[in-house]
Write a new protein. Sequence first.
Length: 344
Amino acid sequence: MTDQAPPAYSGPKRVLSGVQPSGALHLGNYLGALVKFARLQHEMETFIFVADLHAITVWQDPALLANQVREITAAYLASGLDPEKATIFPQSAVPAHAELGWIFNCVARVGWLDRMTQFKEKSGKHKERSSVGLYTYPVLQAADILLYKATHVPVGDDQRQHLELTRDIAAKFNHDFDAPDFFPLPEALTQGPGSRIMSLRDGSAKMSKSDPSDNSRLNLLDDEDAIAQKVRKAKTDPEPLPETLDELKGRPEAENLIGIYAALDGRTSAEVLSEFAGQGFGAFKPKLVDLAVAKLGPVGAEMRRLMADPGEIDAVLAKGAARARAAAAPTLAEVRAKVGFWGA
């Protein structure tokens, strides 16, 4: 008798992702995540949440947290997410995330979590002082994904390991409770162009909200003057732009600016180079300024409009939370029954 592979998951295709409400969003978030969320909503059923449970793994000011959730939601809407197509909701408004997270804590193995590099990087030399939540949050991520039986998850390089953990947890749950195709083994959606935007001050460092220099990033709430000024001040080198991507290697600032232009314009870096080959940054930067202002200016303006009317944002979140709870309830009920809880 030979071992047979478990049957493939046959449920609907669904995508799920979320962003933590822990600081201002910037161009890297916009190109690496938000515009891709907006595209995916037209391809499959889409759940996009604001990850406030994950945010509190490190200290958050309670007086600010709710408004930070609204700001992320405003960015979702301004970037093209349609609350009639995508389910947009605060993670904490769906208690099933936390309950399934606890059940998965009892499925996952300590050795699996010990291998998670994100915890090591975030805790650094202060592991003993880090919250237990920071250590176990990849298990909650697995619950976020599997609660909706999401089949596809947009990931960057830093989250691939966590998606593998999700697949391991799903497979172990399916095996332990004799439910071979209950949870899907979700697939990674690679981010593609624009997934890794680097600092405007240092082409070897990722654009980050934690960088002390505000000139290192384009914030989504920057006005048009700030966008233009930051692009003009972006670090470059004295050489003209080459004809090929191979010739661009070893020039991180030039490569970054070409990549930003390409992502904003919906083209490849090679196509952008073919247009600007032989030109210096004195000619290229004004074009990048015009493009960045045209693309990001309306996003920031719409975010500011939405944030001036919190009631509009709260209505979107309330409706999305109700839809998310309804979608989550059957999965959690089945899990409770399979685990053997009283009343299930």
